[in-house]
Design a binder for this molecule. Structure first.
Ligand SMILES: CC(C)(COP(=O)(O)OP(=O)(O)OC[C@H]1O[C@@H](n2cnc3c(N)ncnc32)[C@H](O)[C@@H]1OP(=O)(O)O)[C@@H](O)C(=O)NCCC(=O)NCCS
Length: 160
């Protein structure tokens, strides 16, 4: 069973290793992730089995442009998640997502959070299936593209 906890600065190399592996097909994306890791306002959780980091999820929060002037809604932005390919299909991704939703629930005590959103490649059937089964719907099928040219889709899940 994996232990889910907030990442420590020394986890960056292991997170980077997983990101490079699972996002290699999307060009530079994996290389960008260490920058997210160190960014203010980004919370990273890791899944550990013993000393080994086997998965991660990164969450940020941003104002939602869909709000009217009277309102000040926010979205939870799931910036990235990945599980070591050798450990996929064992429930670790589901646990990481549960922890990310828990953070959103904590934030929603002092922010008006309307949705959790994320970007996923159109070709990523595994990821799209995983998120669809966890309540996400396509909110923009043409959300730009990754540096490798793959089309990106924006998914959203209403919160709570
Ligand atoms: C998407 C991703 C994070 C999911 O992680 P995961 O650890 O494989 O996720 P889970 O094991 O919780 O769930 C995956 C599947 O395994 C199945 N599963 C869950 N627990 C299981 C268990 N104990 N035994 C067997 N199967 C299990 C689930 O039914 C699930 O099926 P589904 O995907 O069809 O819903 C992982 O596939 C990944 O890293 N993909 C590459 C990167 C990526 O696409 N990231 C998302 C875009 S940012």
């Amino acid at each position: 069973m994996a232990l889910i906890e907030q990442a420590k600065p020394e986890d960056v190399d292991q997170v980077h290793r997983i990101a490079r592996e699972v996002f290699a097909v999307y060009g530079d994306y994996g290389k960008l992730l260490p920058r997210f890791f160190a960014s203010q306002g980004v919370t990273t959780y890791v899944a550990r089995i013993g000393p080994e980091v086997v998965g991660f999820v990164m969450m940020g929060f941003m104002p939602w442009t869909g709000g009217g002037q009277e309102e000040n809604p926010w979205i939870g932005d799931l910036l990235a998640m990945g599980v070591d390919p050798a450990r996929q299909g064992k429930g670790i991704g589901t646990e990481l997502l549960r922890q990310a939703f828990e953070l959103v629930a904590q934030m929603s005590e002092w922010r008006d959070i309307r949705q959790v959103q994320l970007t996923c490649a159109e070709s990523n059937q595994q990821g799209l299936g995983f998120f669809a089964r966890n309540g996400f719907k396509v909110i923009n099928a043409q959300h730009g593209s990754y540096s490798s040219g793959q089309a990106a889709m924006r998914l959203g899940r209403d919160f709570p």
